[in-house]
Ligand binder design. Structure first.
Ligand SMILES: O=C(O)C1=C[C@@H](OP(=O)(O)O)[C@@H](O)[C@H](O)C1
Ligand SMILES: C=C(OP(=O)(O)O)C(=O)O
Length: 743
């Protein structure tokens, strides 16, 4: 066989799985001929009549002799006998595969009987069933975007594995590889156990005296839960026998879980019940996104979200941007460690804060929500966290990893903190080194990069740390470790940084002392419940619109309920120095954080030298400030901002490259940038820029379109969801011509 195009494919067994593969191969015309062999003559006739196959060959030996690729598609318990039958034929040059849902039996038989031909027997398993069965249920699109697991054996030759992969890919399937034992263990849990439960539940209820009555009132929940109880009986009988060991172990695990739920219900233990239900809901939502949306999978691996921002537009209206990311992270962490229940409102439902939420759920904390920004955290106290079942995945969130490093270093269990590609490049020694001085044991990858393997059961002691860089993440990390350390932990910072950790700790009854640039606390106290944490809108998200309105002639925008903590308002100071028209209205304090409505109107801006003391107070806002600078009269100079090089991307380089691509001759400096500006109506050419997976770069260039001559395409924008999940809709609602497309 030279290629799949030249091959004759034989399907042995024309049920739903075999019939659908045949139909897909025929309709896509990917091979020379599709043959079929089945003991049921009627199935062959129907398949031929409906064009599901090209030709029926009722005699198995003859059919195999004619074929280049043989697909065994019979029930699992019939597979072994079929492989034995085949072993008597001449199999030279043929590639053989199967579709069984459990692999151990057929692999054992193949090893016993196939001899030389074993190298060309590549087991496979399409994960695309239906409760319908038989050739009449065949669908040519059954495998499109569905997974097929190929389980190559060490004995296989690579060409045969490649042929089987190509066969499935040619009908639109996504091919994964797994080893045989692992496959059977995984499938026992994700497929065989749920089928067994559905059969058992329906059978039990149907046996009930009042079954007629029960089923009459059965609602959607019953239908959803039991759909698969209508599946093919022979197939499932066979699977349960063939995968007995793995299935029984899955059933044991399930029984323990069920027992726990039983006792929670019996004892009216609401906390336990809510824990099970909320963890399950979160897991199910996560898996639903993974299962149903190919694009979600793609966006995690290959960033295919593109923004298209049309030129012009006038910014007008009233807007509340999502909750503050820094405060949202901290509300989960400190709410979890508090004694009592904390209700959070305004929580940011972005991926970064959700990663923190999930991490604490994984450590046994019961958390309800988020639902429309509301989260309820049932605190477990400083010593109540439990070991998580595996590494804690923190996605894109530097704040989560650095703050949690401090907390985790003080627990009595081991934890590994991991993150996505961007987070895995970010420097962690800035927290690992001072934590080690406190007695923590943490291993990193080369150069102090994540994952962080944190050893538990260490006795931490307080230290004084003179921070080499202005970083709220480092400061907060050490203060959180200090909660558990013996004696006093103190830090001094070279510049003022955000103080949400200090404020929230004080709000939770844990005294933190601030004297000038020195912050300290004593270990060994406890956190009482805050009761309520109201998260204001994030000034770092509002920043995009502060700049948007400032550079859009005719603009008049009201941003409501924005956090104006003085350690975060560098953006307001810098824009005002540039001549922006910004006023604060309705100033108030909400849950320990100052808040205001911010009115911003268009004003011609002028270039400035940005005072270095404002840099840490606006650290996340520079991408969009560079856009403002390009729209200001004269040059703007930023220095003292080398920290920008180690954010989600190297923000100095990413922005300099993008600005240059749009015709603005910005010059990257080691610690900042020189941006030439202009008050011309159009400042940017159209073009394509790369966000490098950095949310703030993506949003900054969307804002630039207001003063662009033509469309700006921004690549790799999926990570905007880390901090600003509904950015495109909100931006659109106040006049930005931005839309998103996935590819
Ligand atoms: O403590 C925080 O919540 C944050 C601190 C800042 O990081 P650094 O402390 O690394 O400057 C900031 O860039 C980040 O978005 C959030
Ligand atoms: C730097 C940022 O976040 P983090 O460090 O939490 O990834 C940011 O949001 O701009």
């Amino acid at each position: 066989m030279k290629s799949l195009n030249d091959a004759r494919v034989l399907i042995v067994g024309l049920g739903l799985i075999g019939g659908s593969l045949a139909a897909a191969l025929v309709s896509r015309g990917v091979c020379r001929e599709v043959l079929a062999c089945d003991r049921d003559e009627q199935a062959l006739i129907i398949a031929k009549e409906r064009g599901i196959i090209d030709r029926a060959v009722p005699d198995l030996e003859q059919a195999v002799a004619e074929a280049d690729i043989v697909v065994l598609s019979v029930p699992v318990l019939a597979l072994s006998a079929l492989v034995e039958t085949l072993s008597a034929f001449d199999l030279a040059g043929k590639v053989i595969t199967d579709v069984g849902s459990s692999k151990c039996n057929v692999v054992a038989t193949a090893r016993n009987v196939l001899g030389e031909s074993l190298s060309a027997f590549v087991p496979g398993h399409p994960i695309a069933g239906s409760e319908k069965s038989g050739v009449t249920a065949s669908r040519a699109d059954l495998y499109e975007a569905h997974k097929v697991i190929v389980t190559p054996m060490p004995e296989n030759d690579p060409q045969s594995v490649a042929v089987v992969r190509r066969l499935w890919e040619s009908v639109g399937a996504l091919v994964l590889e797994m080893d045989v034992d692992h496959h059977d263990q995984v499938l026992a849990r994700t497929s065989h156990l749920p089928h067994l439960l559905a059969f058992s539940l329906v059978d039990t209820l149907a046996g009930d005296r009042d079954s007629q009555e029960i089923f009459r009132y059965a609602a959607g929940g019953f239908r959803d839960f039991t759909r698969i109880a209508a599946s093919d009986p022979t197939m499932w009988h066979d699977v349960f026998i063939a995968n007995r060991e793995a299935l029984l172990s899955a059933l044991d695990e399930f029984s323990l879980g069920l027992q726990e739920m039983y006792s929670a219900v019996e004892q009216g233990d609401s906390r336990k019940m809510t824990g099970i239900i909320t963890r399950a809901k979160a897991a199910r939502e996560h898996f639903t996104r993974m299962l149903e949306s190919q694009s979600y999978l793609k966006s995690m691996s290959s960033n295919t979200l593109t923004y298209t921002a049309g030129p012009g537009g006038v910014i007008k209206g009233t807007l509340r941007v999502p909750g503050d990311k820094s405060i949202s992270h901290r509300s989960i962490m400190l709410g979890a460690l508090a004694e009592g229940t904390t209700h959070v409102s305004g929580f940011l439902e972005g991926e970064d804060a959700l990663a923190t939420l999930q991490a604490f759920r994984d450590m046994g904390v019961v958390i309800e929500g988020p639902h429309e920004g509301r989260v309820t955290i049932y605190g477990v106290g400083l010593h109540g966290l439990q070991p998580p079942p595996g590494p804690l995945y923190l996605g894109n969130a530097g704040t989560a990893m650095r703050l949690m490093a401090g907390l985790m270093a003080a627990q009595n269990f081991d934890v590994t903190l991991t993150g996505d590609e961007s987070l895995s490049r970010r420097p962690m020694n800035r927290v690992v080194h001072p934590l080690a001085e406190m007695g923590a044991v943490i291993e990193t990858e080369e150069g102090g990069r994540p994952p962080l393997a944190i050893r538990g059961k260490q006795n931490l002691h307080g230290i004084h740390y003179d921070m080499p860089m202005a970083s709220a993440q480092v400061k907060s990390c050490l203060l959180l470790a200090g909660l558990y350390a013996e004696g006093e932990t103190s830090v001094t910072e070279p510049g003022v940084t955000r103080d949400h950790t200090e404020r929230m700790l004080n709000g939770l009854g844990y005294p933190v002392t601030v004297e000038g640039d020195r912050v300290s606390l004593q270990g060994g106290g406890k956190l009482t419940s805050a009761g309520q944490i109201d998260v204001p809108a994030d000034i770092s998200s509002a920043a995009f619109f502060l700049v948007a309105a400032s550079i859009s002639p005719g603009a008049d925008l009201l941003l409501t309920h924005v956090g104006i903590n003085p350690t975060r308002t560098g953006i307001l100071d810098i824009l005002k120095l540039m001549g922006a028209d910004i006023t604060l209205e309705n100033q108030r304090e909400v849950g320990g954080e100052p808040v205001a409505d911010i009115r911003v109107r268009y004003a011609p801006l002028k270039g400035i030298e940005i005072p270095e003391h404002l840099v840490p107070l606006a650290i996340d806002e520079f991408p969009v400030l560079f856009v403002a600078a390009a729209c200001a009269e004269g040059d703007t100079l930023l220095t003292g901002a080398e920290e920008l090089r180690v954010k989600e991307s190297d923000r100095i380089q990413s922005m300099a490259d993008g600005l240059n691509a749009l015709g603005v001759n910005a010059v990257a400096l080691p610690d900042g940038m020189r941006v030439p500006g202009s008050l011309a109506e159009t400042v940017f050419q159209g073009g394509t820029v790369h966000s490098h997976g950095d949310h703030r770069i993506a949003m900054a260039f969307a804002v630039a379109s207001l003063r662009a001559a033509a469309e700006i395409r921004i690549l790799d924008c999926a990570n905007v969801a880390t901090s600003f999940p509904n950015f495109v809709d909100l931006a659109h609602s106040v006049g930005l011509n931005v839309s998103e497309t996935e590819s």
